[in-house]
Design a protein around this ligand. Structure first.
Ligand SMILES: Cc1cc2nc3c(=O)[nH]c(=O)nc-3n(C[C@H](O)[C@H](O)[C@H](O)COP(=O)(O)OP(=O)(O)OC[C@H]3O[C@@H](n4cnc5c(N)ncnc54)[C@H](O)[C@@H]3O)c2cc1C
Length: 386
């Protein structure tokens, strides 16, 4: 058993670390302040192959896996979470459903440009009436036998990457009928951007992730070909559970990066900032805070890499993914709070990266399954049923 990186993954880590440091860090603060999507940075990430990391080369991917994706996300989030979530959602929510469940034609149509980062895909699961209870989907899709088209009605909220200039599709979950036991049958359907009746609202005003794109979507008699069904009819619920299980590992890697970024910034600042005639980092009270932060980031890293290794090996990973997501998001919030404290008043100023990290940390305990949902999953895996 070895949690150290192979030479190839270490090369990838170093490449993304340099990119985050040299390209993202100098520019992202301005995009964040302007609440603007950083197209030029995303384009460059596409050129580097980051959007294709876990996909096969025959579809334009890099032939890597979830470990490679996690490494890239962690390094990006050490510097900025908006670009990291854009990559995470683009890969895990936009392209992965097509890769896992798409027909050969759907893969050939969408994956090469998604892998190149030329276009983005989104995944619409959450609705205004509920996200955790995603089985209670209200959006409907009816198959019109005369035209062989799905007719979609409903709305989705908080959907990442759904309204950028390069967004090309959103995969939505919708009720397509009833099962014999009366429960709703949920399916996933691909809706290309620009389809008549598909409306994308203005971006939300968010607490954090301000250089990422999040929108509310509405569907009024939206018609798409029957062939836009993704996977089997009625398997949409099972499919998105799989997507979310994997996505949790990616979010855990991102949260680890944010937790580590807080350590990086705090060490730097604790050496520079003087109070009472010495660097603040000469006080054990500050040293111990930073030591605890490093301990948490390190442990979070082991947790997500463990879950990713199980996924890559084809082993069960549901519980480990939930543990990693729960732990890493908790420590991301802890570390962001402590890093801000170490920076004193400057920590409250947006020009300091830790202020951005503080604002970006909270969503990690909410998105892709709240901390309560992770605890429910872990308890269920331990055989506890409510
Ligand atoms: C910036 C951002 C980006 C997002 N991107 C996407 C995206 O791309 N695609 C997508 O589909 N969704 C996306 N989401 C939605 C996100 O996944 C949901 O917000 C999240 O799953 C929680 O759902 P909810 O907001 O409806 O909260 P609710 O489900 O209403 O939960 C409210 C509170 O009740 C708690 N709760 C609910 N049920 C229980 C229970 N049984 N026991 C104990 N506590 C419970 C929850 O943990 C939470 O604390 C995004 C959200 C944000 C904010």
């Amino acid at each position: 058993m070895d949690h150290r990186l192979s030479p190839e993954l270490e090369d990838l880590r170093r490449t993304v670390e340099e990119f985050a440091h040299d390209v993202v860090a100098p520019k992202i603060g301005d995009f964040y302040e302007r609440h603007e999507f950083p197209y030029e940075i995303v384009r460059e990430m596409g050129r580097m192959g980051l959007f294709g990391l876990p996909f096969p080369e025959e579809y334009g991917g890099m032939g890597g896996d979830y470990l490679a994706l996690g490494i890239a996300l962690e390094e990006l989030a050490r510097v900025d979470s908006s670009v990291a979530i854009t990559l995470e959602a683009g890969v895990s929510l936009g392209a992965m459903p097509l890769h896992l469940f798409g027909t050969e034609e759907q893969k050939r149509t969408w994956l090469p440009r998604l892998c190149a980062g030329e276009i983005l895909g989104a995944f619409g699961l959450t609705e205004p009436d509920g996200g955790s209870d995603a089985g209670a989907t209200r959006t409907t899709a009816r198959l019109d036998p005369d035209t062989d088209e799905w007719v979609i009605n409903g709305s989705k909220c908080f959907i990442t990457n759904s309204g950028t200039d390069i967004t090309a599709l959103v995969t939505v979950t919708a009720v397509t009928g009833r099962k014999p036991d009366g429960r709703p049958e949920i399916s996933a359907i691909i809706v290309p951007s620009g389809t008549p009746g598909f409306t994308v609202a203005a971006p939300y005003s968010k607490v954090g992730w301000n250089a990422s794109d999040t929108r509310e979507l509405s569907f009024t008699d939206v018609r798409v070909p029957a062939a836009n069904l993704l996977g089997e009819q009625g398997r949409g619920y099972a499919q998105f559970l799989r997507i979310l299980d994997e996505g949790r590992i990616a979010i855990a890697a991102l949260a680890t990066g944010l937790a580590q970024g807080c350590v990086d910034e705090s060490v730097k600042y604790a050496k520079e900032r003087h109070a009472f005639g010495k660097p603040i980092g000469a006080n054990q009270a500050i040293q111990f805070k930073i030591a605890d932060m490093e301990m948490k980031a390190h442990t979070a890293r082991l947790a997500w890499r463990d879950a990713a290794s199980r996924l890559v090996a084809g082993e069960p990973f549901k519980k480990e993914a939930a543990l990693a997501k729960l732990y890493s998001s908790t420590v991301a919030v802890d570390n962001a709070r402590e890093a801000t404290q170490i920076h004193g008043g400057y920590g409250f100023m947006n020009e300091y990266p830790v202020a951005r990290m503080w604002r970006d940390s909270k969503i990690l305990e909410i998105g892709e399954g709240t901390s309560e949902v992770q605890r429910m999953l872990i308890a269920r895996e331990l055989g506890l049923v409510s």
